[in-house]
Design a protein. Structure first.
Length: 250
């Protein structure tokens, strides 16, 4: 991009949907900035037991840490700022935060539950009690070109696996809408495409058996390191419970 301060993709929200979206956009070589503020609601979960791949469940805070690490490993960068307002400019979006100004060609809104920062844009906001949702099409696009929404903000089911899947879906929509050549994010065995006389499609990769074993060993070692010790953080209690407890202690 011509503006060195402008990112290809800016994601508002560092929860499961935002992080998963970032994994996919960064792997597609889109310069991706994840803007976080506060903590993911997943940290309130005591033990995550319905996500595929963990037969006995997994510590929710550890799962979030690993997902963030995966996003960073694939190229996402992070900043801890609160987004106050988003406005359009000629090249995309200007994102006003409590720390300054950020710029991006495309934005994925994946925060929860404050969406007031979107009120300057041409989007459909649906107020339901204390929550506010944003209208999207079947693939995550809002009425504002270049703006997408993922996860709970987009009225998806309140489950980690759903948020992750929707974040991936919205990211793939954005990638296909961008100028980046892309077929599929898939690591294939050596020869899978080339031995059939095909070029390796954009976004895909062929790796040798030696490289497959190297990556698998690296994966095993890394996962073992994550599970060596219990996670130090306890679940975060719902704010209303904390407030009631504080009143009782007064």
């Amino acid at each position: 991009m011509t503006d060195e301060n402008r990112h290809d993709v800016l994601i508002v929200g560092g929860g499961v949907s935002g992080l998963t979206a970032g994994i996919f956009t960064a792997r597609a070589n889109l310069d991706t900035l994840v803007v976080t503020h506060g903590e993911s609601i997943l940290k309130r979960n005591s033990h995550l037991e319905n996500v595929p791949g963990f037969p006995a469940g997994v510590n929710s805070r550890l799962f979030l840490d690993m997902t963030r690490a995966q996003a960073a490993r694939n190229g996402c960068i992070f900043t801890d700022e609160r987004v106050i307002a988003i406005e359009r400019d000629d090249a995309g979006f200007v994102v006003n935060t409590d720390e300054g100004i950020l710029k991006a060609e495309r934005v994925i809104a994946a925060s929860w539950a404050d969406s007031t920062y979107l009120e300057n844009l041409d989007v459909e906001l649906d107020k339901r009690g204390s929550k506010q949702y944003i209208g999207i099409d079947d693939n995550g696009r809002t009425d504002e070109p270049g703006l997408y929404a993922a996860g709970r903000l987009a009225a998806q089911y309140h489950q980690t696996v759903v948020s992750a899947g929707h974040g991936a879906q919205v990211a793939l929509t954005l990638i296909h809408d961008s100028d980046v050549p892309f077929y599929n994010d898939w690591v294939a065995p050596e020869g899978y495409f080339t031995e059939r006389g095909r070029e390796v499609p954009p976004g895909c990769e062929e790796i040798s058996e030696a490289e497959r074993k190297r990556r698998e060993n690296q994966s095993r070692e890394l996962m073992q390191s994550y599970f060596e010790e219990p996670h130090p953080d306890e679940p975060t209690m719902h704010p209303s419970v904390l407030a009631a407890r504080a009143e009782e202690d007064e």
